[in-house]
Design a protein around this ligand. Structure first.
Ligand SMILES: [Zn+2]
Length: 429
């Protein structure tokens, strides 16, 4: 009987496996993971991103830049998370780099999360030879090749793996929308520090380990800008998130890859910036190192407390480009916008872990709302992902204005659409 029963089972499985309608994404177990890192520190002086006032080329390197990849495969589906130590993929470079990666590696569009840590001490990316510095064009072209290499390495090194999640907290990120009353009694929002404003202190950590339990990657998600070096800095650095990555890898060993992902931090800066007196200190800039260490320490502590590991074997992904109502000039109440602006949302589920990739710089209230509505216990909100649409601010902040609102290209109602669609897409996976 047993032999007949086994034969029937075998036939059923074979029939199902050969049926193209069988939903292979539903197969549980069999998670594989691969991780890799590549140095992307510029070798020549470059224009740096993030401050319009900074006109000259970089003068040296404070700490190295890297691209880090964490790739998963299960049930025939892949999820490739790329964390790049640059500010973001502006000026058409998101499509330029993504198309190269998708074409070279045979990935589906929704399987790739190409993200930046938003350090303001890295080269600006550009493919515009007429307008921009040749060293930056050369850097961007070389980055394309390096990203292909490092993703290929991660995909090629796939092995059976398990994941575990942990949550910590870190006070480094501070709300920067400071309310100031002028001499004329007028109230305005300036870039400063607002201790009463909302922040997201969560440090979400995912440990990825192979059969022997040793971690091969520790990914973390935290919401802060990488701006502690400030506009007076001309040295290359990963700033707070990059220094946190470097710290985690230093403590856990260089065989562990520790990609940072940047949460909703459009209005969140590091708690303090470099003091002018330290600009002349050769080779040692304490503030970003302190803040990055603070964040990295918490990642390591959370990682060491993760003991429950699971083969979380189902991967599902989706990507859409929304056409959101555009902000019309400086008009606050753009209730009937005539134009739209594209905004890309990428979602993924790896077992019961959710990823929401947002192609812009969203304010922290939006990330908190997405986490609150997520169907999963742990949600990585990842900004600067697969696009660079600029600031996206919640509706009520449009009344206050302030830097993030007046430089946004989106109408007040756009944020609610992004929150709703992100949550809906997660539920639909
Ligand atoms: Zn920014």
């Amino acid at each position: 009987m047993n032999a007949i029963f086994s034969a029937i089972c075998l036939l059923s499985v074979t029939a199902l496996a050969e049926d193209p309608l069988w939903p292979i994404t539903e197969i549980s177990g069999g998670l594989k993971a691969g991780a890799a890192r590549i140095d992307i520190t510029p070798e020549k002086p470059v224009k740096m991103s993030g401050y319009a006032s900074r006109k000259d080329l970089s003068t040296g390197v404070h700490d190295p830049l890297s691209a880090r990849v964490l790739a998963f495969e299960a049930g025939g589906r892949r999820l490739v998370l790329v964390s790049t130590d640059v500010i973001g993929f502006y000026e058409g470079t998101a499509d330029y780099l993504r198309n190269a990666l998708l074409g070279e590696l045979g990935l589906q569009s929704s399987e790739l999360f190409l993200t930046a840590i938003h350090t303001h001490a890295a080269p600006s990316l550009t493919i515009n030879k007429e307008r921009d510095h040749p060293n930056n064009v050369e850097y961007t072209e070389a980055l394309k090749g390096k990203l292909i290499d490092v993703v290929r390495q991660a995909l090629g090194g796939m092995q059976p793996a398990e994941i575990g999640l942990g949550v910590g907290a870190c006070p480094v990120g501070a709300n920067r929308r400071e309310l100031r009353v002028g001499n004329d009694g007028k109230i305005s929002i300036v870039l400063g520090r607002n201790p009463n404003g909302p922040t997201d202190k969560e440090v979400l950590v995912m440990k990825v380990a192979r059969g022997d339990g040793r971690p091969v990657a520790v990914a973390f998600d935290y919401a802060t800008h990488g701006t502690s070096l400030g506009p007076g800095n001309y040295t290359i650095s990963g700033d707070v998130p990059g220094l946190a990555e470097q710290f985690v890898e230093k403590i856990l060993g260089s065989e562990v890859v520790a990609p940072a992902f940047i949460g909703a931090s459009g209005n969140i800066d590091p708690w303090f910036r470099v003091l002018p007196a330290f600009h002349e200190e050769p080779g040692w800039i304490p503030e970003p190192v302190l803040l990055g260490t603070f964040l990295g320490e918490e990642v390591v502590h959370v990682c060491r407390a993760i003991h429950a590991m699971t083969p979380a074997g189902k991967i599902a992904t989706n990507l859409v480009t929304l056409h959101l109502p555009a902000r019309s000039g400086n008009e606050v109440a753009a209730d009937k916008p005539s134009r739209t602006m594209p905004f890309t949302i990428s979602v993924a589920r790896l077992g019961d872990v959710a990823f929401v990739g947002l192609g812009g710089e969203v304010l922290t209230e939006i990330g908190l709302a997405i986490k609150a509505g997520s169907p999963c216990p742990h949600t990585f909100v990842v900004t600067h992902c697969n696009g660079a649409a600029g600031y996206l601010a919640p509706k009520d902040l449009h009344v206050q204005e302030g830097y993030e609102v007046t430089s946004s290209r989106f109408a007040p109602q756009a944020a609610e659409i992004v929150i709703r669609e992100s949550i809906r897409m997660l539920h639909d996976l």
